[in-house]
Design a protein around this ligand. Structure first.
Ligand code: DGL
Length: 275
């Protein structure tokens, strides 16, 4: 069983990508709605919540855990990887998105958008700097020698998405405002560094235009897992494959069902649990 968790429903965009690629696997999803949004917690509080979520999923028998939340991946992944030391395997969503962006960028102008927590942690930039020497291959003679990296926090996009205002004028206006500095910097690759943003991708694509590739961290994470399994066949073997899906939420199941169904694109019912 693969465990996937997030602060609420957003991680279902990540689960959706996994389901497309690996429908046979058994999945257990935990939405920690009672403690959302993660984007505005301190690092200490986030570490605590992430450990709680992992403990819950481990006790339920998950052999591999995906930290679907960008904010939690940015701030707490290393902390929990050090605690659990590979048992279970715990993976985040930042590195696959960074690898994908470094591979795709033409001129080496990369941007990321995320919650305040993700952007303030500077974790995306750290990963870019860590991997750029190996992965950045300029594809044009006008390209930068080193990657130029731009970040923008977009605190209103999570509440707007959750209110279902995906196509509203307000959301469009906020997107234009948030994306303007990145557009002015002529980025050619944009990472959607938040679970909620794939729902806004059509409008983001439109605003950024055809010269900017938009990369979702959700899709990148699911795409990268094949390589991971090739390197770790033992982990692949340990995952049960009966196409089971189990959904838990730490708060109101009705809201989980309503928003979760929108994020996953199919009906979900979450059982309320105390963790
Ligand atoms: N899941 C969070 C992320 O991907 C967004 C929602 C929240 O702040 O809890 O950063």
């Amino acid at each position: 069983m693969i465990g996937i968790f997030d602060s609420g429903f957003g991680g279902l965009t990540v689960m959706k990508e996994y389901l497309k690629k690996y429908p046979d696997f058994d999945y257990m999803y935990l939405g920690d709605q009672a403690n959302m949004p993660y984007g505005s917690h301190s690092k200490e509080r986030l570490n605590k919540l992430v450990v709680q979520n992992i403990e819950f999923l481990v006790k339920k028998g998950c052999k591999m855990i995906i930290v679907a939340c960008n904010t939690a991946s940015a701030d707490a992944l290393r902390h929990v990887q050090q605690i659990y030391k590979g048992n279970p395997t715990i993976l985040g969503v930042l590195v696959p998105a960074v690898e994908n962006a470094l591979d795709k960028t033409r001129f080496g102008n990369i941007g990321v958008i995320g919650t305040r927590g993700t952007i303030n942690s500077n974790a995306y930039e750290r990963e870019i700097r860590k991997y750029e020497k190996d992965l950045y291959k300029p594809k044009d003679k006008r390209a930068n020698k080193e990657v130029k990296f731009y970040q923008q926090s977009c605190p209103l996009l999570v509440p707007l998405t959750e209110e279902g205002m995906i196509k509203s004028t307000v959301t469009r206006m906020m997107l234009k405002k948030y994306l303007r500095p990145l557009k002015n910097a002529h980025i050619d690759t944009l990472i959607l560094g938040c679970t909620h943003y794939p729902l806004l991708q059509k409008e983001i694509d439109r605003i950024m235009g055809k010269n900017c590739k938009v990369i979702s961290s959700a899709m990148s994470a699911a795409d990268a897992i094949g390589d991971y399994f090739e390197r770790h066949p033992d982990v692949l073997k340990s995952i049960s494959k009966n196409s089971k899906r189990i959904y838990y939420t730490t708060d109101c199941p009705e809201r989980f069902e309503d928003l979760g169904s929108r994020f996953l694109g199919e009906r979900v019912e979450g059982e309320k649990v105390e963790i």
